[in-house]
Design a protein around this ligand. Structure first.
Ligand code: BTN
Length: 258
């Protein structure tokens, strides 16, 4: 299906909107292979094969937001991983002002957005086309796709972690289109800040909104479980956990439970 293309959303950013896609992340990849440029914003009203982290499925019924941004950040893979935090911060800035007073909105490490301790949204960061810039350097990444799903009208019922949606939280007059335009606005600003000032301000903002920071958490990495105090995230976005014996653990990937 040919998308409707709205150029010059703001600077490099341009919106491609679709009634239905398999996955907006997958479309971003196809578009990059077909010559698309940095800043393509892919939005679909529904997805038939939406995907989440760790090979999970992302239920994608019409009414919720499904969007991916194609980025050419010009950095190495480790630095590109920070874009998950850029996306989370933009999502917090998007949602916070539209919530009824006192709504508890949080970033859950590594890529989730929680409202009242329930999952409201998730981020899937994917990269492709890397080049080894030897000698000794980290691999450079050509493309990063930042995909985000935000539950607006509904959420799946049976999930490992409880889920919620904006209307359940009392946000009445809102649509995926409005959330999208607000999100892109904030994403552009946060991304720009990241490219100019680096990870430090993003990390600070993320930590100010972090779920369970300073509390005891359990991190599951495959079949392994680690529990301890959620101390911080490091300068690469890895989770720092301090166990009962005071030993520090650095976790690159996993799921957090309370
Ligand atoms: C997660 O929490 O596991 C991440 C979910 C990411 C879902 C979004 S919806 C838009 C984009 N396209 C996809 O197929 N996945 C991401």
């Amino acid at each position: 299906m040919r998308p409707f293309i709205k150029p010059n959303l703001l600077n490099d950013y341009h919106l491609l909107s679709y009634e239905e896609l398999d996955s907006t992340n997958e479309e971003a990849r196809r578009l990059a292979e077909g010559g698309a440029s940095h800043g393509a914003v892919i939005w679909a009203k529904r997805q038939t094969d939406g995907r989440g982290r760790m090979d999970r499925k992302w239920v994608s019924d019409e009414g919720n937001l499904f969007c991916s941004i194609l980025l050419a950040p010009g950095c190495d893979l480790a630095t590109a991983a920070q874009l998950a935090f850029v996306t989370s911060v933009a999502a917090i800035e998007t949602i916070e002002p539209i919530l009824p007073d006192g709504g508890d909105l949080r970033c859950k490490w590594p890529n989730d957005i929680l409202l009242e301790n329930k999952k409201l949204g998730g981020i899937l960061l994917e990269s492709f086309e890397t080049a080894d810039m030897t000698p000794g350097s980290n691999k450079m990444v050509r493309w990063v796709v930042a995909g985000i799903g935000i539950n607006i009208e509904s959420c799946p019922k049976k999930t490992d972690f409880p889920a919620t949606f904006l209307k359940e939280a009392g946000v009445e007059i809102i649509s995926a289109k409005i959330v999208l335009s607000r999100f892109i606005h904030h994403f552009i600003t946060v991304y720009d800040n990241w490219s100019k000032k680096g990870f430090a301000p993003i990390r600070k903002q993320w930590m100010e909104n972090a779920w369970r920071l300073g509390e005891t958490i359990e991190v599951r990495v495959g079949d392994e479980k680690l529990s301890g105090t959620f101390d911080s995230i490091d300068t690469s976005g890895r989770l720092i956990l301090v166990d009962k014996k005071g030993k520090k653990h650095t976790v690159s990937a996993g799921d957090v439970f309370f």
